[in-house]
Write a protein that binds this ligand. Sequence first.
Ligand SMILES: [Zn+2]
Length: 481
Amino acid sequence: MAYEVLARKWRPKTFDDVVGQGHVTRTLANAIEQDRIAHAYLFIGPRGIGKTTLSRILAMALNCEKGPTTHPCGECDNCKGIAAGSDMDVIELDAASNNKVEDIHAVLDQVQFAPTHSRFKVFILDEVHMLSNAAFNALLKTLEEPPPYVKFIFATTEGDKVLPTIVSRCQRFDLRRISVGDIVQRLRFICNAEKIEITDDALLAIARGSNGGLRDALSALDQLIAFKGTDLSEADVLAVFGLVSREALEGLAESILKGDIPGILRTVAALDESGKDMRRMTAELLWHFRNLLVCQQAGAELAKQDVTAEQLAVLEAQAKLAPPQRIVEISSLLSEMEGKLRAALSVRTLVEMTLIRCARAAKTVSLDEVIRRLTALRDQTIRRLAAAAPQGPAAAPAAPQRAAPPAAEPPRPVAPPPLKPEEDLVPEDEEELEPCLLHTPPEPAGATSPVPAEPLQNSDGQYVDEIVNITLRLFGGHVRI
Ligand SMILES: [Zn+2]
């Protein structure tokens, strides 16, 4: 028998076999059980996560000789024909290469004829977003009211490009990227069945490299078996796909969090010299910091959905090295670098410079933190001064604040004058001449200020100077604004 790649050999045959799309399979199964099957479905999601597979399983569920059923038998002629893509009543069309209005007219011609041997005539249009506007419009009328024996299933990687008039005539399902844990579990199941010896770290490396697509993961596994046979380790995976090992990645993250710049430079040099893909490394580092943030903010329970037990232990240890706002800062720097990598002439230099900035961000005090700590310091000082106040002479409530400044200028012995109504403060004959100047220059002794602001301003000004001095002492000039 001809060799069949793993992705095809292990393509799910029932809704229960589909990995990581429970929200879709449950809805479809319920619709079949309740006999509420829509006439058009739209599956949206990135490549390799099961759109075509789901389309075929749905077609099998509808047309199985024992159906409609949520568990197509996989044995009858209809099921076998659909699985092989050779059934007369299930028409698969690649809209990327059949995107013209004439192609849709050919489809519409077939819609008029009842199915030859099945319950339904099912049209599966892959990459439907590639259809031209004219082709979409030609489809609209039939899509709204197709004959009762016709079902449409559309699949696309770019849901935003499908015309809203099409989307509104379909039941829309957004498929998720498959989690690393789910991919590892599925790979482990397949490896056991295929009698392939492979370590957990190697499976994890394949899953990390597949970006949530099971088909990519299975293609990678196929390639590895061709390269090395049936006994595989993490080093084999890293060598074939240019990935960075888990330890190296976690070590790099730790160097950043600890501000260890020599450590960062050594790791980047080693990765570059061994020919690792810096773009992928950046993406994985960003993902690591994302997981770190999830671990800090939402706890290990949520973080473990995307990582293995070993990774989680490292995340929990690293989460104590920096507060969340610094992790956010590091993540935004890495994300910025990810965008620049495509155009960079010297990728290594850009990576080094950015990671050094990340390390500084991990250790530099942010303005928010300065303000928070200064506020705490101010409250503490005010409390202390208020506690010391009864020892001095009894005075107006402003007295504790004026007690703080040292004798830079002789303290005013007189309490501020009592507040008067404003019309009493300004001589009537001057009122119309310069009313706005009253606030700016210091008033001579005879004239009174409209508000008792002068002593408070002095006191506040001195207080701010003190805070600036304390700030500089506290942070040694490493304040980033
Ligand atoms: Zn069947």
